[in-house]
Design a protein around this ligand. Structure first.
Ligand SMILES: [Zn+2]
Length: 127
């Protein structure tokens, strides 16, 4: 593939592109500093499942989402260390995944449960 074709604009709208971009909040110096505080306080241990996290792999989770409580974005009591799997599980349940918009409106149920079973009661697996 020739250089330059990979990031060719494909006619998506600005809003679609913005939804996929990394939130600038998570690139701010304040966030990096805050995140480090939380990881250190929790001793690099997942507060959900207790797994010990490497110094690079830890996620810091907002207990009350930043969307609902932007005023608590830098509140240490509203933050906890999570391993990647606990955090992605929570993120998927909350908003359809990292930076992804829910596909079926607010409050949409994810297509599968935490256990990986389809959440639709009419799904053949649930009959
Ligand atoms: Zn965990």
């Amino acid at each position: 593939m020739a250089i330059g074709t990979r990031f060719k604009r494909t006619g998506t709208t600005g809003r679609e592109r913005a939804a996929k971009a990394v939130d600038p909040f998570y690139r701010s110096k304040d966030w990096y500093r805050f995140r480090y505080h939380v990881l250190k306080r929790d001793n690099w241990t997942c507060q959900v499942c207790g797994v010990r996290i490497g110094k690079k792999g830890g996620h810091v989770d907002h207990i009350l989402s930043r969307h609902d409580r932007p005023d608590l974005a830098f509140d240490l009591r509203n933050a906890r260390t999570c391993c990647a799997s606990c955090h992605s599980r929570k993120t998927v349940l909350q908003d359809g995944g990292m930076g992804n918009v829910r596909t079926a409106g607010p409050g949409a149920t994810p297509a599968c449960t935490v256990q990986g079973e389809p959440s639709d009661p009419g799904h053949p697996w649930n009959r």
